[in-house]
Each structure stands twice: as structure tokens, then as C-alpha cells.
Design a protein around this ligand. Sequence first.
Ligand SMILES: CC(C)(COP(=O)(O)OP(=O)(O)OC[C@H]1O[C@@H](n2cnc3c(N)ncnc32)[C@H](O)[C@@H]1OP(=O)(O)O)[C@@H](O)C(=O)NCCC(=O)NCCS
Length: 211
Amino acid sequence: MADRTGDMSYETGASTLLRTRRSRVGDCCHVLVGEGKELLKEIRAWILVRFRYRGARVGRSFHVGKAVSIGPGFVAGDFVYIGPHSQLPPRVHIGHYSSLSAQVAIVGSDHQYDKPGVPVVYSGRPPSSVTTIGKDVLIGHGAILLRGISIGNGAVVGAGAIVTKDVPPYAIVVGVPAKVLRYRFDEQEQAIHEEMLAQPATRGQHPGPLM
Ligand SMILES: CC(C)(COP(=O)(O)OP(=O)(O)OC[C@H]1O[C@@H](n2cnc3c(N)ncnc32)[C@H](O)[C@@H]1OP(=O)(O)O)[C@@H](O)C(=O)NCCC(=O)NCCS
């Protein structure tokens, strides 16, 4: 509580103490609410993995939006986010800190269509392959990735891209088919980032809603 005298403002010892205590109580509530939310997220993820995405192996703070389809053999590191209405086939592996925006689809290698005399619907499936998304990757809204490709650590896939080939680490790719627009970091910055990614994953400060 600040007392005002003319143009001067000053605080008494008591008002400073009161303000500090209030802000500590405020901080405490903030931390408790934050931790409560995290706990609820963990419980939600546990229920989803236990009953809906059976057999999936996920790390801490796994977030999956509504109406997401995840195939068997799914593996995700810590702090992975899957946006709503995304479609993930079997055997997708995702590293720590990676985010898939809404409506991301990983498709392909799903139907055989090379058997004369057999309709495609009855032609069977080609061999299954692993799709790898590295650590700290951002896949933009509505991107489509072909199944079996690898996205390197730190890469960014632009909204609406169709990714048909492996993406190098730290590349920013856009378009149809996706091409490298530029690199997110120079070599020295990549080395700093790789060093961080090689450490056990730690929780950070989420930026909050867009303003
Ligand atoms: C790919 C992306 C990260 C690039 O951002 P940026 O570095 O700020 O790029 P710029 O806006 O400077 O654009 C550079 C060029 O790429 C083009 N471009 C940017 N994003 C593009 C995209 N998604 N698809 C096609 N072209 C794109 C721009 O038109 C521009 O082309 P020009 O040089 O011919 O004018 C960003 O545009 C994007 O798609 N982010 C994903 C956002 C998203 O999906 N968020 C989901 C909410 S969580």
C-alpha cells in the first residue's frame, strides 16, 4: 500500500510487509493452481493412454486434443502436444517438447494398389514403417506428412505443408511438396540447442494464450 505526499510516493515498513505477504500468498495460490492443473492434465493423459490409446508409451505432461486418432506402437517423450483432429497411424515416435498443431495427418503406405484383378479395397496393406519426429519439432496446422519419413530435431513444418521426404534438423519447410525455406538456427546456435536437447527434459514456462 503506497502513501502519497504531494508528488512523492513512499511505502511504510508495514505496508511493504503487507504487500510482500499478499504477493507471497498470491504466488502460492498461483503455484498451487498451476500444479493442480498439471495434475489434472497428468490424470487425463493417464486415463486416455490406459483406456483409449492402449499400448501408447508417453512421457510427462502428454497433451492430446479432442478427436485425435493414434495408431498402435506410439511413443512420445516428455511435454509432447498433439492438436485436435490429428490422425496418427501406427508406429509414430515423437521426441521431447514436440508439438503437432490441429489437424495434422500422417498418411501413406496404407493401401496396396498394384494387384491386377483385385479392387484396391481388398489389395491389402504394404509393410508398415516407423515415422520419426525428433525433439522440439513444431508441425503447423493441417500439415500432412508421408508415413515413414523422419523429421529432424528442432525442425518446423509450415501450416498446410505436405512433407514427402525427410526433413533435416532445424530446417523450416513449407509448401507442397515441402521445401526448405531457411534454417531456424545457424550451426553454432544448433550446437547450443542440441546440448540442451541432450539433457533430461525439464518443464518450462508456457507462453499462454495469443494476445
Ligand atoms: C513456416 C512458418 C513458421 C514461417 O514463418 P516465418 O519464418 O515468419 O515466415 P515468413 O512469414 O517470413 O514467410 C517467409 C516466406 O515463406 C512463405 N510462407 C510462410 N509460411 C508458409 C506456409 N505455411 N506455407 C507456404 N508458404 C509459407 C511466406 O509467404 C514468405 O514467402 P515470400 O518470401 O515469397 O514472401 C509459419 O509461416 C508457419 O506456417 N507457422 C505454423 C503456424 C501454425 O500452424 N500454428 C498452429 C498453431 S499452434
